[in-house]
Design a protein around this ligand. Sequence first.
Ligand code: ADP
Ligand code: MG
Length: 306
Amino acid sequence: MSGEFEFIERLTELLAAPPFGQVWIGDDAAVLDGGQLFATDVLVEGVHFDRSFCDMADVGWKALAVNASDIAAMGGTPLAAVAALVIPSDAGLADAVARGLAHAAEAFRCPLVGGDTTAGPALMISAAILGSSPESGAVLRSGARPGDSIYVTGTIGTAGRALADLLAGRDPDPEALLRLNRPTPRLAEGRAAAAAAATAMIDVSDGLVADLRHICEASGVGATILEGAVPVMGSAFGESTSVGGDDYELCFTAPDPEAVDASFDQAGLAAPARIGLITARADLILRFSDGRDRPLQGTGWEHDIG
Ligand code: ADP
Ligand code: MG
């Protein structure tokens, strides 16, 4: 076994299947009885963040943000979170982490109602979150159908660009750095997509192509992305921007473009970019403005777990 996804597949085989009407492993959040949403995510020093590139309050914020983003990806609303912290005892980090967590809990209207705290060799924050489904039901990864339009909120590759700059010793664009360290879960956008009868949705945590591929695999469909239609910060869409993760924008599919525009407009939100179409043939294609097609290879970020 080597990859994160192979492990998850093996684990799924060993576990019981969910009762009818529930969704367990395989989506951004589990959907439990009555539509309650349940998800968790972990941030580990040296893997997800580096002390020299961000403030520890950023890490507290991001721990809740990435969890709320998984609720957003179901079209849901956060109800409450718990956070388990491992904090190195020598470094005086605790105060900043607490401030970041509290700030995020208030910003996302997601009370932090419990957790666990222990000393350890590296900073780690693991949060779990409960949420409620939208009235129309949680938007899964598995409902995309040929002919649906594909949408993405915000810009893609922004956080990845800030990280690339930091790693290369360059000063990142301040706005891009904010996107990397203080991502905003697109909760209102997720609800607007659900209200517009979105058929599938995911948050862009591993990279647009990788995450769209998760939708396509779960739905048994393919996709054609129009190269010029993808909103990318400062450069053209390509293999490098497509694999950069950590944007925490939403990618969703929906059958009726007018309904999508009306729903986002009604919620006072910027219209999402329509970047392509779901197809029946099961592969991902990038289409250039001159009509040339190229298969999209981007597999995105996957943890090697040995
Ligand atoms: P996301 O990026 O949305 O957080 P992941 O790619 O991390 O999702 O995980 C894919 C799916 O596998 C999710 O449904 C997640 O809940 C599930 N999963 C990941 N790790 C585990 C685990 N250790 N135990 C059970 N389910 C897991
Ligand atoms: Mg997710």
